[in-house]
Design a protein. Structure first.
Length: 158
């Protein structure tokens, strides 16, 4: 059996992936982890984070004046995986941080998002329409969207 791989034409380009599931199927998590594993085997630097943890980490940088250093942590890796994006609406500072991360990575580094919300619902997560318009346009450019449906693993066998 051969190992899965990313086509050579795709491996050096910056691409964004949005894996979305309408149910809590865990398939989106496994898909993101598989892509993470492939990229790791290809020698790429990867950062995996839950969205809430990323926003807490960046916000903490405002208190100790390390925000620039903390934002850099999320922009220098070849691949950033943001898990559970959109579980709850963003506050203004979080939407600003999201824009900064996406803007710094745009056309240079790849991002994978996992979310239980459809892409169409993402704009409603932001308090100000300016940030999501700019950030989501950058996310959508050169992106691949994987939408998964199915029965929740938690409901199996009931």
């Amino acid at each position: 059996m051969t190992s899965p791989s990313i086509p050579k034409s795709q491996s050096r380009r910056s691409n964004n992936w949005q894996t979305v599931s309408t149910l809590k199927t865990k398939r989106i998590f496994f898909c993101a982890q598989a892509l993470r594993h492939i990229a790791c085997r290809m020698g790429y630097d990867i950062l995996y984070t839950k969205a809430a943890k990323m926003f807490r980490h960046l916000n903490g940088g405002r208190a100790d004046n390390s925000w620039e250093m903390r934002i850099k942590r999320h922009t220098v890796k070849n691949l950033l995986i943001i898990d559970d994006f959109g579980l709850k609406p963003l506050i203004h500072l979080q939407s600003y941080d999201f824009y900064e991360v996406i803007n710094e990575r745009y056309m240079k580094k790849s991002v994978i998002f996992t979310s239980n919300r459809s892409i169409e619902d993402w704009q409603g997560l932001f308090p100000d329409p300016l940030f999501p318009n700019s950030a989501l346009d950058r996310v959508a450019h050169n992106s691949h969207q994987v939408v998964m449906t199915g029965e929740s693993y938690r409901n199996r066998g009931k």
